[in-house]
Design a protein around this ligand. Structure first.
Ligand code: PGA
Length: 271
């Protein structure tokens, strides 16, 4: 049983059109309705939480389709400024007016292809926390960094950027996603040993960030998700790992039937 429950977060990346989004949620709704009592109860009491991150253009459709469902719709990215001359960007106030209150920040694809750095990640976290958002922030090492035994130092640097003074005081709004870059979209999942080591390290860094005793409890309460080639085949094993509080799932989250399977697996693992 995970103290903070299990979070199943689906990151669609640049997949699914608005029409495909409609179909996805219609199927997801039917799938949720046909879940057994245990899984349904886990969704109702939020022991299992489901979050889906469609592309910006599909957010409105997703929100409309999930009005009476226990599913959170989140954005995959956001700018740290509230408005201004930033062509192609979307701001926090725009998202919150739509009804979005959760955002993904610092995904490795944003870092790799769109020039995001630990500095911009910090700016985004501070800005969005002060606007009242809940944040899922991604950290993780590249293959070369792992090969050079730099995993822990890279994670520490990224966590230092994430856990600003403001983030420490609003830690209840933060979720950390550990995503080894070499495992994303490659079919190479980290071994449970690698996952437990990394998640244990992240938990210890978080604990050290909070100086006092009540802060230790705050560190324990931060959910740490694993991401990187999560599938319906490996999710149960990953959930059994200590300090894994759910999954950030890319490719496998695109099919509603997989999402239903992830919910069933989470329900079994927390019973
Ligand atoms: P993947 O993506 O599950 O397709 O590896 C995970 C992610 O990038 O969030």
């Amino acid at each position: 049983m995970k103290p903070q429950g299990v979070l199943i977060a689906g990151n669609w990346k640049m997949n699914h059109t608005p029409k495909e989004t409609e179909v996805f949620f219609e199927k997801l709704k039917i799938g949720i309705q046909s879940l057994d009592a245990l899984a349904k109860a886990s969704l109702d009491n939020e022991q299992i939480r489901v979050c889906v991150m469609p592309p910006m253009l599909c957010l409105q459709t997703a929100l409309t389709k999930t009005k009476n469902m226990k599913v959170t719709i989140a954005a995959q990215n956001v700018h740290f400024e509230k408005k201004g001359a930033f062509t192609g960007e979307v701001s926090g106030p725009m998202l919150s007016e739509l009804g979005i209150n959760t955002v993904l920040i610092g995904h490795s694809e944003r870092r790799q292809f769109f020039g995001e750095t630990n500095e911009t990640v910090t700016k985004k976290i501070n800005s969005l926390l002060s606007q009242g958002f809940r944040i899922i922030v991604c950290i993780g090492e590249t293959k070369a960094e792992r090969q050079h035994q730099e995993t822990e130092s890279v994670l520490k640097k990224q966590l230092d950027a994430v856990m600003s003074y403001q983030a420490l005081s609003q830690s209840q709004s933060l979720v950390i996603a550990y995503e080894p870059v070499w495992a994303i979209g490659t079919g190479l999942t980290a071994t449970t040993k690698q996952v437990e080591e990394a998640h244990g390290f992240i938990r210890s860094v978080l604990t050290n960030k909070f100086a006092n005793k009540s802060g230790n409890i705050a560190a324990q309460k931060i959910s740490i998700l694993y991401g990187g080639s999560v599938t319906v085949e490996n999710f149960a094993d990953l959930l059994h790992c200590e300090n894994v509080d759910g999954g950030l799932i890319g490719g496998a989250s695109l099919k509603p039937e997989n999402m239903i399977e992830f919910i069933k697996i989470a329900a079994r693992s927390s019973s």
